[in-house]
Design a protein around this ligand. Structure first.
Ligand SMILES: [Fe+2]
Ligand SMILES: [Fe+2]
Length: 368
């Protein structure tokens, strides 16, 4: 079946055009670049992987319980709407929620391919272009993976959330080279990364766990680059330029807060946007969930130096200011370790299976 037929609501067009502006920049300075950027580039090259081989795609997935997460993680759990539903309807909710989450990851990752390639085009330094080129490849792989998971395992795709779409088009239509990076790497992927982490740690199913852990291993490099490049750049910008970027972060945070409500899912179950918004805004569980989802974004914004009282005020308003103290280095290292551990376990399981196969053949031959 074509992906077009899997959308919950038919997409009007299979392409979306966002007008772009700004310069493509060449650099004639071929001398060695900055050491830390080049070592990230080297790491990016060393850690390339093939999603067709590394992920156990043959693993069966029940589309009605793809993630195996507790029902209380579903936003409408415990409400009269949930209580009224029979088991079949609840299974349908599980499938839609998982599809919606992974669809937004998918569209966001496509945004990341495009933003990373914009960065390669427009960033002035060659070392950053080199690094960006590895990220373009990483992001392409992420699109490939999420798309395959949705098409083959869930067989249901949600269109892009309109708030996510707006943040993406704001991000891409700005002519300055750092804006796609700020919008994509810090805001959109910062939030997505926290969501990946939550699901990775909550899911009881091996395939989504593998997918998320391996994608996060790449993202650890992307965040490290974003922090390095932006922190340095933002040291030298004017007050007006800083203010413009802070405005962008503030607007982006409110858009992301809206995006997290996922009202389009609930509309498919007869719950109006107004009602689901009220339900979620009064739900302690959703507030906690939202807090967790800002856990990567807030320390990163602080780290790159967009940390005025205004920005802090917005984070306080969203109830996420305390997260600024999170240590991103530690989180990133953990992300890499989780992926490495999973890979070792998978390799060991494969070795064991092969050994058993050989033992069976030997036993069979001896019995003849
Ligand atoms: Fe990505
Ligand atoms: Fe990324």
């Amino acid at each position: 079946m074509s992906a077009r037929d899997l959308y919950t609501t038919p997409v009007a067009s299979t392409t979306w055009e966002v007008p772009a502006s700004g310069a493509a920049r060449f650099s004639w300075d071929y001398d060695d670049g900055r050491e830390r950027l080049l070592s990230l580039y080297q790491k990016g090259k060393d850690k390339q992987w093939d999603s067709m081989k590394r992920i156990a795609w043959e693993t069966e997935v029940d589309p009605y319980d793809a993630l195996g997460v507790p029902d209380r993680s579903i936003a409408i759990f415990g409400t009269p709407h949930w209580e009224r539903m029979n088991e079949r309807e609840r299974a349908d909710v599980r499938r839609h929620v998982a599809s919606w989450q992974f669809s937004q990851f998918l569209h966001g990752e496509q945004g990341a391919v495009i933003c990373a390639s914009r960065l390669v085009e427009s960033v002035p330094d060659l070392d950053a272009k080199f690094y960006g080129a590895t990220q373009v490849m990483d992001e392409a792989r992420h699109v490939e993976i999420y798309s395959k998971f949705l098409r083959e395992k869930l067989e249901l795709i949600y269109p892009i959330n309109d708030k996510l779409g707006r943040l993406l088009s704001d991000t891409l239509s700005d002519p300055q080279w750092d804006m796609p990076y700020l919008g994509m790497q810090v805001m959109i992927e910062g939030l997505a990364l926290a969501a990946f982490g939550l699901i990775r740690d909550m899911t009881t199913k091996p395939l989504p766990k593998q997918i998320l852990a391996y994608v996060m291993q790449d993202e650890a490099r992307h965040v490290a680059f974003g922090r390095l490049a932006l922190r340095e750049h933002y040291r030298h910008i004017s007050d007006a330029e800083r203010r413009e970027r802070e405005d962008f972060v503030i607007e982006g945070c409110y858009l992301m807060q809206d995006r997290l409500r996922g009202t389009e899912v609930w509309e498919n179950f007869g719950i109006s946007e107004k009602e689901s918004k009220a339900l979620l805004d009064n739900s302690e569980a959703h507030k906690m969930f939202r807090g967790l989802l800002f856990s990567r974004l807030v320390p990163c914004v602080r780290d790159i130096g967009l940390w005025s009282e205004r920005v802090q005020g917005v984070f306080a308003d969203l109830g996420v200011l305390d997260l600024a103290r999170q240590d991103l280095e530690v989180l990133m290292r953990q992300d890499e370790e989780v992926a490495e551990k999973l890979e070792t376990e998978a390799a060991r399981a494969e070795e064991q299976a092969r050994k058993e196969e050989v033992d069976a053949v030997i036993a069979e031959a001896a019995a003849e």
